[in-house]
Design a binder for this molecule. Sequence first.
Ligand code: NDP
Length: 324
Amino acid sequence: MSLTKDTRVTLNDGNAMPILGLGTYASSDVPKSVGEEATKIAIDLGYRHIDCAYIYGNEVQIGRAIRSKIADGTVKREDIFYTGKLWCTFFSPELVRKGLEQSLSDLQLDYLDLFIMHWPFSLKPSGAEQPTDLDKAFAYDNVDFLSTWEALEACKDAGLVKSIGVSNFNRRQLERLLSKPGLKYKPVCNQVECHVYLSQSKLQAFCKSHDIVLVAYSVLGSHRDKNWVDLSTPVLLEDPVLAQVAAKHNRSPAEVAMRFVLQKGIVVLAKSFSAERLKKNLGMFDFELTPEDMSTLEGLNQNLHYGPFKELKEHPEYPFHDEY
Ligand code: NDP
């Protein structure tokens, strides 16, 4: 069966996730209204999976975009798959539902399709209030993600979210979660950085063996926000091997970078706030990489994390000390 923008993957709880998602993170200098307009355009173009998060500070605008496309009849609520993320300062079990309700209220939606723990580590707000935007003022906290998970299970039981999952978990952390006594729901997904320089084959195999879908972020080589990404790292879309494969297929490097992840059987998130690139990126469904192309691109892997969150590497739950 050929893959299209309407293809969905069935999750281990029976729900279904579109295999292409729109990324919505942008640095704070980008007006939030730009993401709102881009989300409307993306829905018009046929994107049905929207990836966002409380800490991106834009759920009001992204929710408004979704609701406007429901109001004008382009989609129904059930056509949209919305992913939200529990920020690390909401990990205390009594705060989990509050964090979710804040997102629902900002979005003006009745439920989320998927709610995931943004990272495996817990943090304390740097001031008296919860952070409203991603900043670098971190204080470690030590809430065990197993207790957070129980509170997430309760949110699913309450009908506020259809599915629950995790993000940025390594194998050891997934194993700990899967072997939690009394586990009611397995995570449906693990959303992680994944691209030609970080192909995640071992983590993918582990997740597959437990029926957990891998969802890839930074497929295009990340936002390269200087506050978060070491700008001495190579620019993925300028890779010469990627360019050769792209030229061979008469496609852009972005389409090939996305197609590579898709053909590995991984759900692709890609962010663009440009109408032209949103449209162009859908071209990844119109061609196929050969097995030789796939192995050539697999050869680019160098386990490079663009977003390693190095500031947190002393946190006991920092996920990237392990090989995968
Ligand atoms: P991506 O790898 O998706 O790259 C986005 C960048 O690529 C933008 O600068 C975009 O610019 C540019 N771009 C898009 N299409 C093209 C194209 N055809 N040619 C050239 N450049 C292009 O970045 P992200 O790191 O943002 O990851 C995607 C999403 O994943 C995020 O937005 C977020 O939703 C999620 N994410 C989740 C994380 C987590 O911890 N769970 C961490 C990081 C991201 P432009 O907009 O101008 O087109």
